[in-house]
Write a protein that binds this ligand. Structure first.
Ligand SMILES: Nc1ncnc2c1ncn2[C@@H]1O[C@H](COP(=O)(O)OP(=O)(O)OP(=O)(O)O)[C@@H](O)[C@H]1O
Ligand SMILES: [Mg+2]
Length: 586
């Protein structure tokens, strides 16, 4: 994941999405606070038991009192154990419920983020961030926070025993709290850089996995491994640094706590010598003093987790407010008539440069357009904009008069078929992939799409026919097979606008013919087809041609006309320019 701009002020409500999810758990937190209160009161058992033994049982030498006290203490300890167990269980459920209410939203943002800021860094970090937050919530860390407010109570009791005992405990508390603050300051930076190195490391790992064949074939394994190792070393160093800081300060706090216990004992002994206190009080005071500081100890021990969770939380908050949930626009009728592209310019997500501009054309139902032009002329960019995944920076794309953003992505998707230049299928079988993972797939619609794409015969020849598993990203199929199945996926449930980006790049003659038949079939049923192509065979079925060059629409018009002009070298370039508006095909 990459740095997101800070959310604008007016997006404030969305930024509280996380807070709202946490707020939904407030009854659970109340319960935890209540149980923490009970647990902390019960925590006095040991100290009071000691006090009674020294100041009552020993002087009176009463065995029945001793036995009764022991049973009472045992009962109270059991109650405390029970309460602590419940407390942990509730906390675990809070983490789960938070995950439950946010995981879909987080997945949604992971898919949408590349469309907004481009494909940078490690895009799956938000899921790990959510894991970190949930993990911290379910750990002992938050319990320390619930115990902290009880510290003053214990200190007050120490003061009740004797001012000197209270003062000693208070001094210890101040030192420990200072240690906590130091831990906070010292772990913040290393924790953040550890996360950044982890993201870079994961991004490289993911790329290596995807390109394993190329890396191996060209002997790049060792070099990539060294790059990975460097990143990994940085990550380990940063997280080790955070661990060292937290570990060192944790050990110091533990020693301090032990020292404090003895210090209180010493102060008490001094008081007894001067006959200002009883032996029971010094021992109880020493236990209580240590008890008062235990939450600080626990807090320091869990501080690293806390800092990591807080940073994850902030990243998630920025992400969610940057990509607020889709509002559900009023459903529109399915488009059936026109596609109007008016003066459109588009930039890749997260980029400033315009890669396709001056696009101007109109197509009516039953028409097909071939988009041709040299490499990097902006053909795929135009295609991405036509299917609504890249938003135009200028101008508009309208289906039956409505701009694409008047549909929700889900609703728009039903009217659009898209075959991307780099086909990827999803883990699952052929039928599921063609049915766009509709659950359950509609067999009749799957068959119809396969027939329309002319790929039915090829599919039934696969080992398991429509049930053949395509493997991860379709890796169990040949490139041409995957492309033809993706064509069927684009045609599933008869979408109105079908955009095919180099649909024949992996096809043989038979595939080419099937493609042309598919385009003609689409036109016959009143769809609009746009085919991006390098090879002329792909545009056999189209009746209009758009020529892209240097990121601009150079020409648009009826196929023969444009092709004649393009192939006639003497034609003056100016005369070739198609005046906007002239390009209407309707
Ligand atoms: N995701 C992206 N981020 C940044 N720049 C991009 C991105 N996608 C495309 N571009 C740039 O936009 C320009 C047009 O790319 P596009 O993919 O549209 O070309 P194309 O005509 O489809 O080329 P080809 O025939 O090779 O598929 C290129 O200069 C490319 O570098
Ligand atoms: Mg392309």
């Amino acid at each position: 994941m990459t740095q997101l701009p800070r959310p604008a002020r007016q997006q404030q409500p969305a930024s509280s999405e996380l807070a709202a999810a946490l707020n939904a758990c407030r009854r659970a937190f109340l319960a935890i606070a209540l149980f923490s209160g009970m647990s902390n009161v019960l925590m006095l058992t040991g100290a009071l038991f000691m006090l009674e033994i020294y100041d009552r049982v020993l002087p009176s030498r009463s065995v029945p009192t001793l036995v009764a006290l022991l049973f009472l203490a045992a009962g109270l300890y059991a109650a405390q154990g029970f309460i602590d167990a419940i407390r942990s269980r509730i906390l675990l459920r809070v983490g789960q419920s938070l995950d439950e209410s946010l995981s879909l939203r987080v997945y949604d943002t992971i898919v949408r983020l590349p469309l907004k800021i481009g494909n940078r860094g490690d895009g799956t970090q938000p899921v790990r961030d959510l894991d970190t937050v949930r993990g911290f919530l379910s750990s002992a860390g938050p319990l320390a926070l619930f115990d902290l407010p009880w510290m003053p109570v214990y200190l007050a009791i120490c003061f009740l025993f004797h001012t000197y005992i209270g003062l000693t405990a208070l001094f210890g508390a101040i030192v420990l709290v200072t240690l906590t603050v130091v831990t906070e300051v010292k772990t913040r930076h290393p924790t953040r850089s550890a996360t950044q190195f982890a993201m870079a490391r994961n991004a490289l790992l993911e790329a290596s996995r995807r390109n394993a064949e190329a890396i191996t074939a060209m002997g790049m394994t060792g070099r990539i491994a060294r790059r990975w190792n460097d990143l990994n070393r940085n990550y380990i160093a940063a997280s080790g640094h955070a661990g060292d800081v937290a570990g060192g300060l944790g050990a110091a706090s533990k020693v301090l706590r032990l020292l404090l216990q003895s210090a209180i004992l010493a102060v008490g002994a001094w008081l007894v010598i001067h006959q200002e206190s009883t032996p029971g009080i010094i021992i109880a005071g020493s236990i209580l003093g240590a008890r008062a500081l235990a939450p600080v100890d626990l807090a320091i021990a869990n501080w690293r987790g806390f800092v990591a969770a807080r940073q994850s939380w902030q990243r998630l908050e920025r992400l969610l407010s940057h990509l607020p949930p889709h509002s559900e626009p009023m459903p529109l009728q399915a488009p059936t008539k026109t596609l109007v592209v008016h003066n459109v310019a588009v930039s890749p997500p997260g980029e400033q440069k315009v890669v396709c501009q001056d696009a101007n054309f109109t197509l009516t139902a039953g028409k097909a357009l071939g988009v041709i032009g040299p490499t990097a002329s902006g053909k795929s960019s135009l295609a991405r904009m036509l299917v609504g995944v890249w938003t135009p920076v200028r101008g508009s794309v309208r289906l039956d008069g409505a701009t694409l953003d008047q549909w929700s992505p889900e609703a728009l998707g039903r009217h659009i078929g898209y075959l991307p230049q780099d086909v990827e299928l999803f883990p699952g079988n052929v039928a599921q992939n063609i049915a766009r993972f509709e659950d359950p797939p509609n067999p009749a619609a799957v068959l119809a799409a396969a027939q329309a794409a002319g790929v039915h015969d090829m599919i039934v020849n696969l080992p398991d026919g429509y049930d053949t598993n395509v493997g991860e990203s379709g890796s169990a199929l040949s490139a041409g097979q995957a492309q033809r199945i993706a064509l069927a996926r684009a045609l599933y449930r008869d979408p109105f606008l079908v955009v095919l980006d180099e649909p024949n790049s992996n096809l043989d003659a038979e595939g080419d013919e099937a493609l042309t038949r598919a385009v003609l079939g689409l036109r016959a049923r009143g769809a609009i087809v746009i085919v991006v192509a390098h090879r002329p065979s792909a545009i056999a079925g189209v009746d209009y041609i758009l020529v892209m060059g240097k990121g601009r629409q150079q020409q648009f018009g009826a196929k023969e006309q444009v092709l004649n002009r393009v192939t006639a070298p003497s034609a003056p370039p100016r005369a070739l320019k198609v005046v906007p508006g002239e390009g209407g095909a309707g």
